[in-house]
Design a protein around this ligand. Structure first.
Ligand code: DAH
Length: 341
C-alpha cells in the first residue's frame, strides 16, 4: 500500500493541468466520490489493525497534498489572462447581453406613421400645452358649448391667458391649416391629457393620432377608402369597417368607425361583446367653420379629419385587456414586444 501511495504521489507532482477541463478531470480522478483518495480509505479496512494508524496518516497526508495541488492549479488558472494559452475555454458562451424592447405604444405609433406615409401623409406635431383657440374655439366649440364637457380639461393657467394641456391632437390640425396651404395631407401623433379616473379602459395621459386631408373635391368616399386601407394594413387584409353617424363640433357629417373584431373574425365574442365589431376612431368632413377659422376658403376646399387613440389600437392589436399596463413599465410586460420590430 505504501508503494501505491508513493506512485500516486509521483503522479500528483508530475501533473500539469493547463485548462479548467484538465483540472476537473484531475479533481474527479483524485478527489471525486469514486476517486483515488476514496479508494485508499476503502483499502484501509483491509489493513491490519496495528498498521491502521500509520496508513491512515499517510492517506490523510496524501489527501491534503492532492487538495493543495488542486487549489494551487485552480488559482493559477483563474489569475492568468483569458485566452487560449491560459486555458480559458473560448467556446464557453458569453455573458448574455439583453436587448431592450420597444414600447408597444411606440411600435403602434410607428406602424400608423408608416401606413399613412405610404399614401402621402406627412407627420406634424404641436405643443402639449395649448391655448383655448387651438384646442377648442378654432375647432368650432363655442364658449360654454356643452361639447367642451366631453373632454375634462387640465388647466395650466386660468384667466386671460388661459392655457391647458391639450385634450386631443385635433389642436394640431388647426396649427397645420394656419401655417400651410392646401393640399394638406398630414397625421399628428402625440400625447393628450384628460382629467379622467384611471381604469382598465381610461387614463389621464394617453396618445392619439390625428389625420387631416384638405384639397379640392375631397369627399366622404375618400375618407372611407382611406380608413378602410388603414384598417386592412393595421389589422389584416380580411378586416372590414363600419361607419356609424356621430357628432363632433369640428366635423360635419361625423362618424365613428368600427373594425371587424380581429379576435373572432366578426363572428362575435366577449371582446367585441358579440357585435363582431370594435370601435377604433372618430372622423368626419372638416366643418366649413373650422376651415374658415384657420384661413382656408371653404368654398374652394373641402377635407376630412380623423382621430384615433394609440392605446386603443394597441390593445386590439396585441389583445391587451388593461390599458394601465402601458404606463406601468413592468419589464415582464414590455419584454413581450421584443420581436415585433
Ligand atoms: N378629437 C376627437 C377626440 O379626441 C377625435 C376625433 C374625432 C378627431 C373626429 C377628428 C375627428 O379629427 O374628425 O375624441
Amino acid at each position: 500500500m505504501k508503494e501505491k501511495i508513493e506512485s500516486y504521489k509521483k503522479e500528483l507532482s508530475d501533473l500539469k493541468a493547463d485548462t479548467l477541463d484538465a483540472l476537473e478531470t484531475f479533481r474527479i480522478k483524485f478527489l471525486g466520490s469514486k476517486g483515488i483518495v476514496k479508494e485508499l480509505y476503502a483499502d484501509l479496512k483491509s489493513v491490519a489493525n496495528e498498521e491502521k494508524r500509520e496508513f491512515g496518516q499517510l492517506i490523510n497526508e496524501f489527501r491534503n497534498l492532492a487538495e493543495e495541488k488542486y487549489n494551487e492549479v485552480k488559482e493559477a488558472l483563474s489569475s492568468t489572462d483569458s485566452g487560449s494559452e491560459s486555458g480559458e475555454d473560448l467556446t464557453r458562451p458569453g455573458t448574455p447581453f439583453e436587448l431592450g424592447a420597444r414600447h408597444p405604444i411606440s411600435l403602434v405609433r410607428k406602424e400608423i406613421i408608416e401606413i399613412f406615409s405610404r399614401i402621402g401623409f406627412t407627420v406634424s406635431e404641436g405643443p402639449e400645452v395649448e391655448d383655448d383657440w387651438h384646442n377648442f374655439s378654432a375647432l368650432n366649440f363655442p364658449p360654454e358649448h356643452p361639447a367642451r364637457d366631453m373632454q375634462d380639461t387640465f388647466f395650466v393657467e386660468k384667466g386671460e391667458n388661459e392655457m391647458a394641456l391639450r385634450t386631443h391632437t385635433s389642436s394640431v390640425q388647426v396649427r397645420v391649416m394656419e401655417n400651410s396651404k392646401p393640399p394638406i395631407r398630414t397625421i399628428s401623433p402625440g400625447r393628450v391629457f384628460r382629467n379622467e379616473a384611471i381604469s382598465a379602459r381610461a387614463h389621464c395621459i394617453f396618445h392619439q393620432v390625428e389625420g387631416l386631408y384638405i384639397d379640392e373635391n375631397v369627399s366622404f368616399a375618400d375618407l372611407k377608402q382611406t380608413l378602410l386601407y388603414f384598417a386592412k394594413e393595421m389589422f389584416g387584409d380580411q378586416t372590414e369597417i363600419r361607419l356609424r353617424p356621430s357628432y363632433f363640433p369640428f366635423t360635419e357629417p361625423s362618424a365613428e368607425v368600427d373594425v371587424s373584431c380581429n379576435i373572432c373574425a366578426g363572428k362575435g365574442c366577449n371582446v367585441c361583446k358579440y357585435t363582431g365589431f370594435l370601435e377604433i376612431l372618430g372622423c368626419g368632413m372638416v366643418d366649413p367653420n373650422v376651415l374658415e377659422a384657420a384661413g382656408i376658403d371653404s368654398k374652394k376646399y373641402s377635407g376630412f379629419a380623423f382621430g384615433m387613440g394609440i392605446e386603443r389600437i394597441a390593445m386590439l392589436k396585441y389583445q391587451v385587456k388593461d390599458l394601465r399596463l402601458f404606463f406601468e413599465n413592468d419589464a415582464r410586460f414590455l419584454k413581450q414586444f421584443k420581436s415585433a420590430y
